[in-house]
Design a binder for this molecule. Structure first.
Ligand code: ATP
Length: 321
């Protein structure tokens, strides 16, 4: 079993990414698990080159700092050649209607003046990511389920038409993890691509910035702290964050809380302590570009070594070699 998980450098890594995904990736890692920073996927909407480069480095450093094994980690564009080749082959097996049916394409493209072809075809590139690494399981949230289903369909179709080259992957539901909400707008989930929200806490934020963000968190206007996610989402979010940091239940966190003002201080300190080692280690790595580049090249080589035999087989059986 090989599991593949990715994170897109569409913004700075935020607390939800860390508590909901990265921390678990590091803690529950099996030897064959693979992780990657999906910088090619960050180009489906307008982007700035310098920012993309910096965010990719930052995410790579944060993943390493969080304890992901360097040998299991790579940057997607370091395999741009291999992925580009397989992407084309897979695009030539994928129906236009099949790609256009993806609900994420419809949602993200809706109301846009102009939509990039990359937004339509990126699920095919995602299939190339999965198939080239031989991943058999892809842990994804419900918004990506359909894309893994497409990868599954394309793998089966390819194998049936040309011969068994690819393992057929399946989506797996990650174990339930905290779903962190935006502190200033608890109606929406915390997201790294949200621009300028004071309610998004970043993993590399300094402690004082984190304190300020929590002090301004929206709560319910009531004095007593109770865990009621449906009617009091703001307070419930703070309790869930505290619970995730301290490995307790949100109910236990609520019963130990005083007022909301006190709770905000306590949560801020718990988050600061939770993130401190990651932030410090990530900063060290970012201050040592040569070391970071070395780790990155090694990860890239391993990923290419995994990809090449499958790519060569795909080129051969499709008549390109
Ligand atoms: P974007 O703003 O680009 O959609 P995002 O912050 O939602 O980014 P992704 O790159 O889509 O993050 O997801 C990376 C991982 O982080 C996924 O496993 C996803 O489930 C997890 N994740 C993202 N946001 C949260 C959140 N608010 N709470 C818990 N987990 C989250």
């Amino acid at each position: 079993m090989t599991r593949l998980s990715g994170i897109t450098p569409s913004g700075h890594v935020q607390l939800g990414n860390y508590l909901g995904a990265v921390r678990r990736w590091a803690a529950e890692r099996e030897p064959a698990d693979l992780f990657f920073v999906s910088d090619l996927h960050a180009m489906t909407t307008p982007h700035r080159p310098q920012r993309l480069r910096a965010l990719t480095r930052e995410q790579f450093a944060v993943l390493l700092a969080a304890g992901i094994d360097p040998d299991s980690l790579f940057v997607q564009s370091d395999l741009a050649g291999e992925l580009g080749a397989l992407n084309w082959i897979l695009e030539c097996t994928c129906g236009f209607g099949e790609a256009a049916r993806m609900t994420q394409f419809k949602d993200r493209g809706a109301g846009q003046h102009s939509v990039r072809v990359g937004l339509l075809t990126y699920p095919v590139l995602m299939a190339a990511d999965i198939l080239l690494q031989g991943a058999t399981e892809v842990p994804v949230g419900s918004d990506q389920d359909q894309h893994v289903e497409l990868a599954r369909t394309l793998a089966r179709r390819f194998n049936a038409a040309f011969g068994e080259v690819f393992a057929v992957p399946r989506a797996v539901v990650p174990k339930t993890a905290a779903r962190i909400r935006d502190l200033s707008d608890p109606g929406r989930k915390m997201e790294k691509s949200t621009l300028q929200s004071p309610g998004v806490v970043f993993v590399l934020d300094e402690p004082d910035v984190i304190r300020r963000k929590f002090r301004r968190a929206v709560t319910d206007g009531l004095d007593d702290v109770r865990y009621e996610p449906d009617t009091r989402p703001g307070g419930a979010n703070l309790l869930e964050i505290l619970a995730a940091c301290n490995d307790i239940s949100p109910y236990a966190a609520a019963s130990a809380a005083g007022t909301y003002a006190e709770l905000k201080e306590v949560v801020a300190e718990a988050v600061i302590e939770q993130l401190r080692p990651v932030r410090e280690r990530a900063r060290e790595l970012l201050d040592d570009p040569a070391e970071l580049d070395r780790v990155r090249s090694r990860g890239a080589k391993r990923a290419r070594d995994r990809a090449q035999p499958r790519l060569q087989a795909a080129l051969r059986v499709t008549g390109l070699r």
